[in-house]
Design a protein around this ligand. Structure first.
Ligand code: CNA
Length: 448
């Protein structure tokens, strides 16, 4: 993993480049140039593109909030202390009927945010979609998030014997005692969980050629596993795919690190003898260099979809404020977070509150993508089930998979990804041609 501390500290002295909690970071939302470039030239500035669809213009001119269920929303951000994230999570679900900001917003507008955004997409207005995601997209895969009361990791950390929940991702704490993190890592290591409908929805955005980039805070690797190519993905908080010494950053074979950790051993750096850890970004550590693609991507985005995150961790959380001010932002979450807690919402802000998988399914149905996503998931399930593959080939069935070169477990790429000699490029490989890929896979599978 590339480290970025020195260069970025010099270039952007005021921007945080290490992972930190919201309470300990400076708020950058009001100072970001992308926020203030509204008056500049171009389609979103003074020479704004003419609106031809008046209904669409109306959609864009109004914020919208829609709720699938009666879950209460979170209260003001000031009461949320990320040093007490469990409490923060509870605050988001314990104040029914108090007229919190999003509830007031909901009363002021009953327009369907999801439908408005689906309409924009169908009209071809969103061709550079940026997705910002967090742990909430993987709870449907059985991986607990951080802050959901009761089920979140922070509510279940007694067994790790740590003084406060975030200690488990604190690099200084790790330096003294890596065991709490290693215990958690055993449960989080990719391998035992499968991507869900939400991951495949993002995969479908890519397939349709609409995904500019997905920025995920997740470390579970499910985005790659569902076939989102490496060049479309920024794993902002790292992953288990590589490992290095936590002190000198000497690379260490990831599989060996995994083997050691899974067997309750501590992987040791061959250079300085300090503890090796997977390249998951801890609080106080630098974010991967790839994260800085955001400086190009967010100003270019024409739709921002935020899903399954509490937006509590900086600098990631402030990214959502760096799209141009007229760009629609769609929050899909159980409760309002970040800038969506404020009233009034920004023009073009939409949120759909409730269970994420249900919401994303409805969104996909509005877009007419549901069947393709289901097909994509079925294809992937077949591919990751060796028994089914062998029974299909024995019975001579000509499924889309059995006709072509076998797919790698992490992707559903078509033969365009086949390397000479029959080997396939990994879904995360440099050779991934996402444009080619976006025109292949699911639908080519169906039409074969
Ligand atoms: P978080 O603070 O736990 O927030 C998750 C958000 O998702 C909350 O607002 C929840 O209400 C919401 N949510 C959870 N499940 C659902 C659901 N089914 N439907 C709708 N909304 C839901 O987690 P963040 O991602 O915001 O915090 C960033 C941390 C979490 C990152 O640094 C990750 O490394 C870390 N993390 C990752 C994983 C993973 O990789 N799967 C798991 C746990 C924690």
């Amino acid at each position: 993993m590339n480290r970025s501390r020195s260069s970025w500290d010099k270039k952007v002295p005021q921007s945080p480049v290490t992972r930190m909690t919201r309470s300990s970071s400076s708020q950058t939302s009001n100072t970001n140039p992308a926020e203030t470039q509204d008056a500049g030239p171009g389609p979103y500035g003074k020479q704004r593109r003419k609106q031809t669809d008046s209904a669409l213009a109306q959609d864009l001119s109004q914020m919208s909030v829609s709720r699938q269920d009666s879950l209460p929303t979170s209260k003001g951000k000031t009461s949320i202390s990320s040093s007490d994230p469990v409490q923060a999570g509870q605050s988001s679900g314990s104040r029914p009927g108090r007229g919190s900001a999003p509830e007031l917003a909901a009363k002021s507008s009953s327009r369907g945010g999801l439908a408005s955004v689906a309409r924009l997409v169908k009209l071809g207005r969103c061709k550079n979609v940026v997705v910002v995601a967090g742990a909430g997209i993987s709870t449907a895969s059985g991986i607990p998030d951080f802050r959901t009361p009761g089920t979140g990791l922070y509510a279940n950390l007694e067994k790790y014997n740590i003084p406060y929940p975030e200690a488990i991702f604190n690099i200084d704490y790790f330096s003294n005692d890596p065991q709490p993190f290693f215990s958690l890592a055993k449960a989080l290591y990719p391998g035992s969980h499968q991507p869900n409908y939400i991951h495949y929805f993002v995969r479908m955005l890519h397939h349709k050629g609409l995904l500019l980039r997905m920025y995920t805070q997740n470390i579970d690797g499910l985005e790659k596993l569902c076939g989102i190519p490496d060049d479309k993905l920024v794993e902002a908080h790292g992953s288990f795919a590589t490992a290095a010494c936590h002190l000198c950053y000497t690379a260490y074979p990831a599989e060996e690190a995994k083997h050691a950790i899974m067997n309750d051993n501590v992987p040791i750096c061959t250079f300085c003898a300090a503890t090796v850890k997977p390249d998951v970004v801890f609080f106080g550590e630098d974010l991967p260099q790839k994260y800085f693609l955001h400086t190009k991507d967010f100003p270019k985005a024409d739709l921002l979809i935020i899903m399954g995150t509490s937006l509590q961790i900086e600098p990631f959380a402030s990214l959502v404020n760096t799209v141009r001010s007229t760009v629609p932002r769609l929050l899909l979450n159980r409760h309002a977070v970040g800038p969506f807690e404020k009233v009034p919402l920004r023009r073009g802000d939409h949120m759909e509150l409730g269970d994420l998988e249900d919401t994303v399914r409805r969104f996909a149905e509005m877009l007419g993508w549901n069947d393709e996503i289901e097909e994509l998931m079925r294809s992937q399930e077949t591919l990751s089930n060796p028994l089914l593959i062998s029974s299909l080939s024995e019975s001579g069935q000509t499924s889309c998979q059995s006709r072509g070169t076998p797919e790698p477990p992490g992707g559903i790429e078509t033969s365009t990804k086949t390397r000479p000699g029959g080997q396939r490029a990994s879904s995360g490989g440099e050779e991934t041609d996402s444009e080619t890929d976006s025109k292949s896979s699911a639908s080519s599978c169906q039409s074969n």
